[in-house]
Unconditional design. Sequence first.
Lengths: 66, 163
Amino acid sequence: MADFEPKIVAFLCNWCAYAGADLAGVSRLQYPSNIRPIRVMCSGRVDPLFIVKAFKEGCDGVLVAG
Amino acid sequence: MTQKLLDITGIGKDRLHLAWVSSAEAQRFVDVVTQTTATVKGLGKFDPQEFASALSAAEMTLGGEALRWLVGKEVKLTTSGDVYGRKWDTERYESVLDAMLEREYYKNLIYQAVKEGCTSVRDICTRVGLELKKVSYLLADLEKTNQIEFKCMEDRKPVFAAL
């Protein structure tokens, strides 16, 4: 499958990665549109169960960024 | 730990990426996302149906009391010591955690198998892919914690049921 576009759930820390993503947008940097960001107040908030849940719901990958 | 568990389940740890990006590092964020996307793309589509029982077992394992206790005690065990005052080194802690992770996972996988209708020990073995002896041990454990009960004998084979 050459044109396979994965769905990636991204848990982004409000203060670090989310702001980084925001800055990437503001500075018009190109990045793949496969990620579905979920903003959390801290990456420590991400429970391993969230990750399993994400896979159960059918996403192809999970990214946790803090 | 979750990555290790994903490896045990057969989903593979490459589907879960962890990265630290600060708010000033837009370029790094772009790199991380690009790399993650490329890796997951290379792995292909994920089918949750295929891993349904593995995912349920993983969910039970990660939500279970035993592992949460152990993870919560990490700092205490490695810095101030256990109830006997023995300090654990990180390797020892890791190996205990790994062993427990695997054991809990297989226990929950057996539980799922029984729930889905594999009632004899041999059925469970072929379903879970473990040897007979190990499955028997874990079944005994599950009986102790009242998750599984011994129901009856069916032509000289024990039949189990999930509670």
